[in-house]
Design a protein around this ligand. Sequence first.
Ligand SMILES: Nc1ncnc2c1ncn2[C@@H]1O[C@H](COP(=O)(O)OP(=O)(O)OP(=O)(O)O)[C@@H](O)[C@H]1O
Length: 702
Amino acid sequence: MLNHSQPIEALLKQWQQEKLLTPLDRHFALELTQIEARAGHFASPNPAENHQRQQLFLLICALLSQQLSNQHSCLVLDQIDLANPMAENVSTAPYSKLTQASCQIALDHQSLTKVLSEFNAIGQPGENTPIILDHNRLYLNKYYFFETQVAQKLTTLANTNIDIDSKDNVNAIKLPQYINALYPREINDPQFNWQKIATATALTKALAVITGGPGTGKTTTVTKLLLLLLTQKTLKIRLVAPTGKAAARLSESIKASKQRLLHSLTDTSMHNVSQEGTSLNSSDLQVLQDALHAIPEEASTLHRLLGVVPHSHQFRHNKDNPLRLDLLVIDEASMVDLPMMYKILSALPNNARLILLGDQDQLASVEAGAVLADICQGLKVATDSGWQMRYSAEQAATINRLTQDDVSEFIEPTNVQANHFGDSLCMLMHSHRFKGDAGIGQLAKAVNYSNIAKIRQVWRKDYQELHWFEHQISAQQDNLGKQALLTLSVAAYQPYLQMIQHNQQVFAQRQVNTAIYSAEQIIEQYNQYRMLCAMRASEYGVEGMNQAVTDSLRQAELIAPKQEFYLGRPIIIQSNDYNLGLFNGDIGLILQDSRNPRQLMAHFVQADGSLLKVLPARLPTHDTCFAMTVHKSQGSEFDQVSLVLPPKPSVSQWQLLTKELVYTAITRAKNHFYCLGSANVFEKAAKQVTQRSSGLAQRLWE
Ligand SMILES: Nc1ncnc2c1ncn2[C@@H]1O[C@H](COP(=O)(O)OP(=O)(O)OP(=O)(O)O)[C@@H](O)[C@H]1O
């Protein structure tokens, strides 16, 4: 069954030392194998065979746990490299030589699956065993449960049609007219206005998934959708996002979008646009304006919505105590992991609608799963755009009725798609933020398609919003590229630190008539720039770069970090503190308390825009935040962003350097993107595509 140079126990230890396995992976495998041995499950009459079975079980448990540690939902048996089982996880990175084949599985994949199905700890779907074998996928029971439940609940929602013509809907007959008024045709319009089609798609389905890159109009579309729904009946709508920062951005975007809509609703040019040439009369306009006002603007975090129970993984709202709402909008859905998606779907009341918004190309969730990417998987095609809608004939007819757009070319033959999951999806592809020829948009697109020739072409073009800093180690071991980026970072952080210095002077001299900057203004200025790193540890990780920026700012006399909590220190929270109302990823600044300037306080702007002040000594686990990880930056945007890539990535660092990471970093930047790196690392990272093993896409689409 196995050929191995040393006992698997010893190999696990070695792989742990090489950081290919976590201590948890090794202990999980050892523990489960011992439990199995104690239960007599390796006690067949042939001792040699017994030993082999036990060693194989140990190896497979370690591989399964390793997959979960790397955020996969399962271990796909067909993907195990039988000649070198530990190589699978690292095969795409340029360091495979490091893992010499020290053990081989002497079975083909089919026989391996059969042998595994004979272990008592490995059961079939529905059995109460620690591990579940579902065809060629091996799951921890808990993850199998999450995945199948999420698939079932999403499919049920997707298959639930909403009868927009029901008598509950007072203005159903007007919907096509309203849609056309919200999306007036313009002379240079492309053939399909996908925002309009997305709106129509979502009107009739309990599940709507609207995805697209930054600035493709997801918020604009959802605002129009909510407006249309609210012209029909009153709905209790909740807006949420995975983090406080993302919730604050959603709230801002909805407000801005409502403002733009209000403007266009009161713009006279709109009054004479409609479906069949008939004008919107004043009562229609009133209906639309009333509905617009009824759209909520406040967004909260998912945790707050579900109601955190302190010191527990459970939430107050669950299947026995469902949320009280009619429609839930979740923004930045790519950040929602599999267990969290299960908890949300369980707490959703019957008859409620769910709308997911997000960018399927961004980094997947920090924890297991890639739910949004799996949901979108069925739309992937090998064309230039990479995606194509898949509608049922019924949905295409509904879209046509509501929009007069003929989408019949996207109708899926019924024998291919039985459950019409595609009827709930809409992908927006045209960015209104990055003009077609702008550098940031071009680079993001090239990285997203792992198109190396295009990446080189974009960097060569010298776009004014793109800036490259090459790692250049001098004879004195100084890195000139890093120094240049630090100089830039000092200049970028200087304005907010000068605002703080201004306030300090005013407070010191008790200049009662001189204006001070508010904490909100200073925080807004601080948020104009952020340095992003791929990882936490190491010289080029968050830890090293935070230290380097701190040293540079001290030399520039912009900060005086004599004690831990110095004026101007940015703080990122690393754990949840429900009593204080501070959550992992919240970012604030140490500032003088305006009411008592001798007291330094940590100041945070919360999702609803209010200011939270906390005594520094009471802060939960935290870190300095001149530099932060790309992961933690999801859901945020900055005027200027710099990405730091290590010059010579280690084995474990390569695992983080993916095209999703680089794409996410680039798309955090609104106006300037800087990168400290070397071309080969940037390009290899852009080629390394995250593949999260999961059966969710298959369950949803087949
Ligand atoms: N059809 C359109 N025509 C012109 N501008 C548009 C259109 N749709 C959206 N925009 C503009 O593009 C910008 C981004 O729109 P929106 O916030 O809706 O995008 P988003 O996909 O939600 O962005 P993000 O990824 O940042 O959340 C806004 O300024 C908006 O006014």
